[in-house]
Design a binder for this molecule. Structure first.
Ligand code: PMP
Length: 441
């Protein structure tokens, strides 16, 4: 068994939860649907790592591709040079991209994908002589990463307050779409609430359309509690954006690559945005990678700059299209294609099985709401009074002790297992949750 150091002896991210100090939880290996913990236990992965290991852990084709590429060529500078694996990866991604979003730009994370998308939107308007379009519209309870762009358009109010005064100056937010009195225990997409998109009209009137660059939303808000958009909502956002020449950006860092049973949420909801941001599952998370999809026409405009040559767009990262990340992307995308993982959760009926298994928890103690779409689930628990520890955290600890990894955010437990999950493992997740929730006061 691995010797456990105190967390204070380790380098940890700033937001590391201090509860870990009392009970360190270390994962030491992973295969398929399971992690192995430092004390030798098998842990069923109910969260695909962090919404990212969609094809399951330890895929030999991916590790072999990375090892081969490391020997062949470890690195190539991305600005003036290219390498063949980049093109192979971009081609595979263009194949699954919706409509004409066939231009792919590589980043290293979701946060960088979001920053890139916001900059592309600004550069597009500038190049067309629409230089007043500088305002972004995000959404309350949106999460778009931790870069300055992502925090600015994101809807985590307390986090925005911390950086008040130094965020993007021109931002407004749509209300979120969650109305428990109308939507609680909806199966899949809630029937009520499509009209909430009309709030965009109010915001446009407030700022004047000629000042607005883009609207950015997660089709399904993930990290802030899994909020599924009501029926018709995204279509209405699209229509309003079209009416006023505003770009629509879908942040699909979570919904991308088969989680809803289509390659992207754009195809699930049949709404085509102008830009899609992704990361996480693009290469099954074996090496950091993000990818931004851009409409061909937008790409051409941005790359050509303004007709008078006064607008240029400089953008790119040292590691954009890194050979190892690209090799992993090619291998992962080939697995997704060969095993039909991008459509499996709908075609196989897994999404339906998942929905029914999740909603069978309805009468379990403390369950306040259940939400689902594709292979995503959320269990919202009744809140305790302020200052008393969260039930969701206790449930997370209890599940881990019983060999199940879930994610907690506020009062909500979020679930997003790998797309290779079998029905028996879904049953195991739900029965563990049922047992654990019974033990919590
Ligand atoms: N956008 C969305 C929708 C996300 O869910 C996340 C991460 N959970 C991000 C952006 C940021 O991605 P990263 O942590 O890779 O920067």
């Amino acid at each position: 068994m691995t010797e456990l150091p105190s967390m204070d002896q380790l380098w940890m991210p700033f937001t590391a939860n201090r509860q870990f100090k009392a009970a360190p939880r270390l994962l030491v290996s992973a295969q398929g649907m399971y992690y192995r913990s430092h004390d030798g236990r098998q842990i069923l992965d109910g969260t695909s790592g962090l919404w990212c290991v969609n094809a399951g852990h330890g895929r030999p084709e991916i590790s072999a591709a990375i090892a081969h590429q490391a020997q062949e060529m470890d690195y190539a500078p991305p600005f003036q040079m290219g390498h063949p694996v980049q093109f192979e990866a971009a081609n595979l991604l263009a194949e699954i991209a919706p409509a004409d979003l066939k231009k792919v730009f590589f980043t290293n994370s979701g946060s960088e994908s979001v920053d890139s998308a916001l900059k592309i939107a600004l550069a597009y308007h500038r190049a067309r002589g629409d230089g007043t379009r500088t305002l972004f519209i995000g959404r309350e309870r949106g999460y778009h990463g931790v870069g300055f762009g992502g925090i600015s358009v994101g809807g985590m109010v307390a986090n925005r307050k911390t950086f008040r005064g130094s965020l993007l100056p021109n931002v407004d937010h749509l209300p979120h779409t969650y109305a428990p009195n109308h939507q609680a225990f909806s199966r899949g997409v809630p029937e009520w609430g499509g009209h909430l998109a009309d709030e965009l009209e109010r915001i446009v009137a407030l700022h004047d359309a000629s000042n607005i660059a883009a609207v950015i939303v997660e089709p399904v808000a993930g990290s802030t509690g899994v909020l599924v958009p009501p029926k018709g909502y995204l279509e209405r956002l699209r229509a309003i954006c079209d009416k006023y020449g505003i770009l629509l950006i879908f942040d699909e860092v979570i919904t991308g690559y088969g989680r809803l049973g289509t390659p992207f949420a754009a195809q699930y909801f049949k709404v085509t945005p102008d830009i899609i941001t992704t990361a996480k599952a693009v290469n099954n998370a074996a090496v950091p990678l993000g990818a931004v999809f851009v409409r061909n026409g937008i790409y051409d405009t941005v790359v050509n700059g303004s007709p008078d040559g006064t607008v240029e767009f400089f953008h790119g990262y040292t590691y954009s299209g890194h050979p190892l990340a690209m090799a992993a992307a090619v291998a992962a995308q080939k697995i997704y294609k060969r095993d039909q993982l991008l459509t499996r959760v709908q075609d196989d009926g897994i999404a339906h099985y998942w929905q029914e298994a999740l909603h069978a928890l309805r009468d379990v103690r403390h369950v306040k709401d259940l939400r689902n779409i594709g292979l995503i689930g959320a269990i919202e628990l009744e809140s305790r009074p302020a200052g008393v520890g969260k039930r969701a955290f206790e449930a997370f600890v209890g599940c881990y002790a019983r060999g199940l990894l879930v994610r907690y955010t506020g009062d909500t437990l979020a679930l997003s297992p790998p797309l290779i999950i079998e029905r028996g493992q879904i049953d195991q997740i739900m029965s563990t949750l049922r047992d654990v929730l019974r033990t919590i006061d």
